[in-house]
Every structure is written in C-alpha cells, then in structure tokens.
Design a protein around this ligand. Structure first.
Ligand code: TXA
Ligand code: MG
Length: 336
C-alpha cells in the first residue's frame, strides 16, 4: 500500500478515505491517532492489523461536537456533563456505558466505550467532514506514541492509506482516561488533564493501582492497554529515583560505549556520560511534550542502555512518570 502524505488543504480527500472504510493518521493535541470510521467494524479491524495491536485492547471514539455523544453511549451521567463542560475539547477521555451501535471491534467486547472530543483543529475538521473516528495512537503496538507526522511515517509507511500532517502535538502524551461507569469515577491513565483538576471538578476520583504499579499475577486490567509493555524504545530503560548528585554518581559509574542518561537540565553539569535532556526538572509540561520524541531519539543514536532520572509525580508529572515506568518495564532503582 502506498501511504499518502496529506495536509490541511487535502482534508476532503482524508474524509473520503475514512468514508470508504480506509485508515488515516490524524494529528491531535495529545499524539497522532490512527483513525477509521468508528461505526464500521470492518474499517476498525484494519487498525488492529496495521498496528499489530491485540484485539482485546479497546479504542477511543473521537467526536467533534457534543451532540455526537448521544449515539455512542447509553447514559451520560451528570459528572460526565461537568467534565465535558470543563475539559472538552481537550485531552480527556471518558469511559461510559456503550450504545448498541458501537461495533465489538471498538469496545473489544466490553460494555463500555471510551469517548474523547479533541481540540486539534485538523482532527475536528476531519471528524466534522466524516463521522466519529475510532483512533488509537498511530504507532506500532508497543513503541512510543508519535508526536510528529514523521514518527507516524516511520512506523506506518506502507501500512495505512494516508497521514494528515498537522505539525507537532502540543501536549505530547496521550489523553487522561477516566471511567464514569464505576460507582466512584476512577482514573485509568493520567494525561494532560490532571488528577488534581478532576477532583476539583467532580470530587472523589479513585486512582487505578495500574497507573503506578505493575498488575499482579492474575489481576484483571480496568484498562486493557495498561497490561501491555508500552512506549518502549529498543534500548533497555531503567528508571532511577534519587537526587541530582546520587543520580549523577550512579550513572557515571556505569559509563560505557552504549549507555546514556535521560536526564534533567540541572543534572548535566554533573554527568560524565552521554545524555539526552528532558528539560528542567521543574518544567513538567515540557517533559511531557518531549518524552516520546526523546525515547525515539535513544534508538536513533544507537544507545542500548538508558538510565532515566525519575520525574516528580505531581500535576502532569504523574502522566510522565506513568509512561516512563512502562518504558522501563517497571525496572526501578531507588537510590538513598
Ligand atoms: O490521546 C489519546 O488518547 C490518543 C489520541 C489519538 O486521541 N489515543 C490513544 O489511544 O492514546 P490508545 O488506544 O493508544 O489508548 C487508549 C487507552 C488504552 O489503554 C485502552 O485500553 C483504554 O484507553 N480504553 C479504551 N476503551 C476503554 C474502555 N471501554 N474501558 C477501559 N479502557 C479503555
Ligand atoms: Mg497507544
């Protein structure tokens, strides 16, 4: 298959591909998504094939107008209304009881559906000209999510019909996922809308244990995506918790030809090993914005071992931590 590279002026062509049951990678404010007609099960099945995604991992349905939610869900509780009012369009996904119109391919057999109203103008235009779009991140399953059209091209060239280039994603990490299908709302994946903001808006919100810890043997994932190894470069990543000095001491002792530090700007003067900087340890939005591109850079530069300095877990830092600990396959070293 020849993958076409499209731009804003080609939006009608992109919509046409979707309406004919094809696949288009589209920019969103979080990461690029691999989109198909959400109500066409056969089209949605192609997404799983192109990504190599396990069929038991459900997809998010993207809308461009609040009125579209009614055909997708059976219930829209009051708290969903409050969150929609506050955070849509934007990086928030809500899990709700699904309507019978949602194909099984989208919900992976669950009784719920994930819905998101993205803010990126090109995503909104594409949906407005076509239909609600099922879209996971547009990377090969297991790789870091793409934040540029070039990342998508690297993973998906020859596997999908087109890539709509909308520049670099501004948030850089996938949306916050919250379920409202449980008695108490629960955060399943942290993202651009923070746990603090959610609690301020609707009161009690539980934190799913899988956000911070690996699933125990036999434990069922509330969000199936959480059980897979994820966001990982080919290099072996270890997350290192400790001060600037202890982190530098630890990595300097392990300097060799294939090792690098994924560090904060403040660490740099202390390091005697190659490094890739995530920016200031205080600039959490910048860390979020850069993380996935940096994980790809690790492989481009040929590093085989990466020691990543652990970020702070407040605000959007919780989302950065959640992705990094998965990129590290939960390999964590705590220094004194
Ligand atoms: O920012 C984003 O959310 C991006 C852009 C493209 O919108 N999309 C994205 O999709 O990250 P994906 O498929 O990579 O991640 C969706 C996550 C997965 O962990 C999946 O298991 C979970 O949402 N999910 C989807 N539907 C669900 C459901 N009904 N119940 C529980 N978890 C669900
Ligand atoms: Mg993904």
């Amino acid at each position: 298959m020849n993958t076409r590279l499209l731009h804003e002026q080609d939006i009608a062509e992109a919509a046409d591909i979707i309406l004919k049951g094809g696949l288009v990678a589209m920019p969103t404010e979080t990461v690029y998504g691999l989109a198909a007609d959400a109500l066409n099960g056969q089209a949605v099945a192609k997404i799983f094939a192109a990504k190599g995604r396990p069929m038991d991992n459900p997809l998010i349905v993207h809308i461009a107008d609040l009125s579209q939610v009614t055909e997708l869900v059976r219930e829209f509780p009051e708290k969903a209304g409050i969150l929609a009012e506050k955070f849509w369009p934007g990086p928030l996904t809500m899990i709700l009881p699904k309507s019978p119109r949602i194909p099984d391919e989208v919900s992976a057999g669950l009784d719920t559906v994930a819905v998101r109203f993205p803010s990126h103008p090109l995503a909104r235009k594409l949906i407005a000209r076509s239909v609600p779009l099922a879209a996971p991140s547009a990377n090969l399953s297991g790789s870091p999510s793409p934040t540029t059209a070039q990342h998508v091209f690297h993973d998906m060239n020859g596997r999908i019909d087109a890539i709509l280039d909308g520049g670099e994603c501004t948030v850089g990490l996938e949306s916050t996922v919250i379920t409202l299908a449980t008695p108490v709302p629960k955060l399943l994946r942290p993202g651009g809308v923070t746990l603090e903001q959610l609690r301020e808006a609707i009161g009690e919100v539980e934190l799913d244990p899988a956000v911070l810890h690996p699933l125990e043997e036999g434990q069922k994932a509330a969000s199936p995506g959480m059980k897979y190894k994820h966001y990982a470069p080919k290099a072996d990543v270890t997350l290192v918790k400790g001060s600037r000095e202890s982190f530098a001491g630890f990595v300097n002792e392990r300097a060799d030809d294939h090792a690098a530090a994924l560090c904060f700007e403040e660490d740099i003067p202390l390091l005697h090993i190659p490094y890739i900087s995530m920016g200031s340890s205080q600039a959490q939005e910048e860390q979020a914005n850069r993380l996935f591109a940096l994980l790809r850079e690790v492989d481009e530069k040929g590093y085989r071992i990466v020691y990543a300095h652990c970020p702070s877990r407040t605000g959007i830092g919780l989302a950065v931590y959640n992705r990094m600990i998965r990129a590290a396959g939960f390999e964590v070293i705590e220094l004194a």
